[in-house]
Design a protein around this ligand. Structure first.
Ligand code: NAP
Length: 297
């Protein structure tokens, strides 16, 4: 149980509602900010303005999945309030305070390092990233259906990257009957792609493998779908770029060439916020208990 722990939840999207519900079930005391436009209250949770939050009381802070932007600003889907996480604010938290985020950036890592607070980027954990790949794939299927006039079955699908998302995407599209090729740079990944019954190719040869693709799904957070790669694609190709912002696609050139290219961030929060929130809540609860011990009344 999390009895006796006070947790601040600062902004976020629908995933955070599930996190709030679950942490409340575990009996944590919750201080919420950035949820003032929601109609319903949360039993056992206190909604306050950001400047009313007393950081000195917090055992943990939960940031939205994207963390902060590069200036410290926090996304608030359910509020017009502007929330900013600063070094000065973090310094007021107790030394043991855990700072949870989905992903981090230079700013967030910098201020947590400088204040010697423990930052926990949840998506760095393999378990979270793999569970999260499930709703990501479902969202990708939704986008492929919405933005094409052909079936996934029998279409030529090229997946770039065989990481946690790439592997799930490749496997599920293949199981829907697509002809799936996967591009990777490590020879062990090429071997795994073969073992999965899919067609492997080295990223060095990307142009030879995207020139006849119906759908290209990028999971590589690097500039891999360059203008010269897009130039060789048929104009009916749909690019779904899953990599974190800014994605790996030359969107300007794709538009000029008439190739539809979509950056699709945050799919789990869009297609399955309850599941995605549950994944986060489970691991947050587990980490708090591991690091701070079982709560006590
Ligand atoms: P991951 O496990 O780290 O996989 C990344 C893949 O990209 C690996 O295969 C990696 O290959 C490859 N890669 C990285 N840099 C490369 C480069 N310069 N050239 C060629 N290959 C390169 O990451 P993940 O968990 O699969 O996530 C992939 C991306 O999707 C991330 O940006 C993540 O934030 C994003 N994401 C988006 C959503 C969404 O809803 N859109 C959901 C979840 C995750 P190596 O192993 O050889 O480095």
């Amino acid at each position: 149980m999390l009895t006796g722990y006070t947790i601040g939840i600062l902004g976020g999207d629908a995933r955070q509602l599930e996190v709030i519900r679950r942490l409340s079930e575990w009996d944590a005391t919750l201080i919420l900010t950035g949820f003032d436009q929601l109609d319903h209250g949360f039993t056992g949770a206190k909604q306050v303005d950001f400047d009313e939050v007393d950081p000195g009381r917090l055992d943990a802070v939960i940031l939205p999945v994207p963390g902060t932007n590069t200036d410290g600003k926090i996304d608030t889907i359910f509020s017009n309030q502007s929330l900013s996480l600063t070094k000065e604010w973090l310094e007021k938290t107790p030394k043991h305070c855990l700072i949870f985020t989905g992903i981090t950036n230079k700013y967030l890592t910098g201020i947590t390092d400088e204040t010697k607070r423990t930052l926990i980027p949840l998506f760095d954990r393999n378990d979270v990233a793999i569970y999260n790949s499930i709703p990501t794939v479902e969202g990708t299927i939704m986008m492929a259906i919405q933005h094409t006039d052909f079936t996934i079955h029998s279409s030529k699908v090229t997946v770039l990257g065989l990481g946690r998302v790439g592997m799930s995407v490749a496997r599920v599209f293949a199981s829907l009957g697509a002809k799936v090729k996967v591009g990777a740079r490590k020879s062990e990944d090429l071997a795994r792609i073969s073992e999965m019954g899919l067609i492997p190719f080295s990223m060095k040869d990307i142009k030879e493998h995207t020139h006849d693709s119906d759908i290209v799904i990028n999971t590589i957070p690097a500039h891999v779908l360059t203008a010269s790669v897009i130039q060789t694609m048929p104009t009916h190709t749909l690019i779904i770029d899953l990599a974190s912002k800014p994605g790996g696609t030359d969107f300007r050139y794709a538009e000029k060439r008439g190739v539809k290219a979509l950056l699709a961030p945050g799919l789990p929060g869009i297609v399955a916020p309850k599941t995605a929130g549950n994944i986060l809540a489970n691991v947050v609860t587990q980490i708090i208990i591991e690091k701070l011990g079982e709560g006590s009344s």
